[in-house]
Design a protein around this ligand. Structure first.
Ligand SMILES: [Zn+2]
Length: 168
């Protein structure tokens, strides 16, 4: 059997040697991914520290089950449930808003009105939501979906460190 020589960085996708400790591309310290947590990421995002402390990882954090996420996406993804579940709140609520708006238009407004240009314009975001729903489902299935993670280090008194800024 051929030995695996390379691995892909879970954040930027750069190829590095299998035993490399940091990513050449984005300086991610691979060992720290062991502490990657989606739960922690959601806390950071809610606290407004998403920009500094959260990265998007292709590697599934320990606290996210891929099959559960796939099921959430399958049944609730049209209204952004999987986005909200992993902490992509803005995208999730946009999905929900446009799908509900479109549904209300289709159900309550006479079809002649729905067909006019103004309403057709509103269908574009809904179409985008449907597209991302299928796209996300495919990515989760393939294990390429990016999930927000933050470091949940054992030393609780220390502030959460930024993964990308490994000082030289
Ligand atoms: Zn990288």
């Amino acid at each position: 059997m051929r030995e695996k020589l390379y691995k892909k960085c879970p954040r930027c996708g750069e190829k590095t040697f299998i035993n490399a400790k940091t990513c050449d591309g984005c300086k991610l310290v691979f060992a720290r991914m062991e502490f990657a947590s989606n739960k922690k990421a959601k806390q950071e995002i809610k606290a407004g520290r998403g920009k500094e402390n959260v990265i998007k990882s292709r590697e599934m954090p320990k606290d996210i089950n891929r099959w559960k996420l796939l099921l959430i996406c399958l049944f609730g993804g049209l209204v952004g449930a999987h986005n909200i579940y992993i902490g992509r709140y803005i995208k999730g609520f946009f999905s929900m808003f446009f799908i509900l708006l479109t549904a209300i238009l289709v159900l309550l407004v006479p079809s002649a009105t729905v067909a006019n240009a103004f309403n057709a314009f509103l269908f574009i975001p809904a179409a985008a939501v449907v597209y991302f729903w299928f796209y996300d489902m495919l990515m989760i299935g393939l294990g390429k979906y990016k999930i927000p993670v933050a470091l949940d280090m054992p030393s609780a008194d220390k502030p959460v460190e930024v993964v990308k800024d490994e000082q030289k």
